[in-house]
Write a protein that binds this ligand. Structure first.
Ligand SMILES: [Zn+2]
Length: 247
């Protein structure tokens, strides 16, 4: 199979935080072997409120080094965990059942979402010395307030389970599911091993692969991640999310 220029692979590491420094290191090592610097880092400014990224710290300088090496930097929530009181029961259930309460941006008002986006963006941009490339909500869950806030902020890129879009322009940039692995329960772990090979064969233009720190603790998941990436780069070009805007 040959590489098709209009078929791309978008790889990302979620939950980049000082809390998961060694896990993120293992994931970067694994992914870079397949995609080089075509890799998006989803950075959490203060994971669960007790793992802040501190300007001038060793972790902050590592973020800057990754950005300088050409890795994309996305803001990934602020605290990641969902502290909001959801007014709608359906939202509350969705947040709890699907994500173990990690859907921080599902229940936020426009004002609160705007504040967290502005604070997080400023922190990361000060650390890396350039603009962030986009925003991804924790657990890919966006409430109405979050959608409004991203538009207000002119955020270049955002994504959920099913698509990538530009809040700034309103354009849809890519459609199709993201491959991800789950390790929280044995059932989920097993099902993600079944789903990954199916999704990676889909004839969609942009194949997205998202990995999480806990994946690195399970050799069987790390093998599946590597197999998926190896198969994908046989006929896809590793790309940056920003390439979707230029296309
Ligand atoms: Zn996350």
């Amino acid at each position: 199979m040959s590489v098709s220029p209009d078929r791309v692979l978008l790889a990302s590491i979620h939950d980049v935080s000082p809390r998961f420094e060694s896990e993120v290191d293992r994931l970067i090592d694994k992914l870079r072997r397949r995609v080089g610097d075509r890799l998006a880092m989803l950075v959490v400014p203060n994971h669960w409120g007790d793992a802040p990224i501190i300007p001038g710290s060793p972790f902050a300088s590592r973020l800057r080094d990754w950005a300088n090496a050409g890795l994309e930097m996305f803001l990934h929530g602020y605290y990641h965990r969902d502290h909001a009181n959801h007014k709608r029961t359906a939202d509350r259930l969705r947040a709890r059942v699907m994500t173990a309460s990690e859907g921080e941006f599902l229940g936020l008002s426009r004002a609160d979402a705007s504040q967290r986006i502005a604070d997080g963006r400023k922190l990361i941009e000060d650390v890396i010395g350039r603009r962030v490339d986009g925003f991804v909500a924790p657990a890919w869950l966006y409430g109405e307030g979050a959608m409004d806030a991203l538009r207000d902020a002119g955020m270049p890129i955002a994504e959920d389970h099913w698509r990538v879009w530009s809040p700034a322009s309103g354009r849809r940039l890519a459609t199709g599911p993201v491959i991800t692995w789950a390790s929280r329960t044995r059932g989920r772990l097993a099902s993600s091993l079944v789903v990954a090979p199916l999704v990676r064969r889909l004839p969609i233009p942009a194949l997205r692969v998202g990995v999480h720190p806990p994946d690195s603790r399970h050799p069987v998941l790390m093998r599946s991640i590597d197999t998926t990436l190896r198969a994908a780069v046989r006929n896809r070009r590793p790309a940056r999310y920003s390439d979707l805007i230029a296309a």
